[in-house]
Design a binder for this molecule. Sequence first.
Ligand SMILES: N[C@@H](CCC(=O)N[C@@H](CS)C(=O)NCC(=O)O)C(=O)O
Length: 209
Amino acid sequence: MKLYGSLTSPYVRKVRILLREKTIACDFVVSDPWDATSIVPTLNPLGKVPTLELDDGSALFDSPVIIEYLNSLKGESLLPASGETRWQVLRWQALGDGILDAAVVRLLETRRPEELQSSATISHQESKVARALEFIDKADKGEHYFVDGRFTLADLTIGVALEYVDFRYPHNWREQFPRIALRLAGLSTRPSFAETVPPGMERAVDVPH
Ligand SMILES: N[C@@H](CCC(=O)N[C@@H](CS)C(=O)NCC(=O)O)C(=O)O
């Protein structure tokens, strides 16, 4: 298996974390999806990373699909098989992916020439992140993990999303949401997270009490 992706893509990072959590061997090919010579569009017509090339030459794409596939290969599943906890984990995963989508749209907008940028688009995306943080805070019951008393795809996805907010949309959310900051500090120390920090990302070390 070969995973194609960039070192900064949070969607790719989710997959790299899963591979580490489940100790699955997989080659990692650094590939910039914006590079015209990238091989990715020959595997994935959408030209996006992550793209996972399987040993039979076929490819899987979209991070939740890749994650579900890899998660099914071996070890304890990070997604409960059925019941209420399954839907809870999938909802957290959707929220985390949605935070990423909003932060990416915002970032791309801010990278346009200043005179072409839409402040309405930027604040529309920022309000999604703000509401998501409120949602996470409200759901916090002081437990170490989101669901099932163990590390699941919920923790993986929300953890990556929060660190991506720090990386690409840095703002002082920790003061308003110290419980989320504490939760993220716990996740950040996992080897799978520490080993996949994007180059250029400074990690927040201060956790408000
Ligand atoms: N929904 C996709 C999003 C993947 C995505 O948008 N990846 C970005 C990199 S962060 C990309 O490849 N962009 C290139 C493009 O859109 O052409 C997933 O979860 O895998």
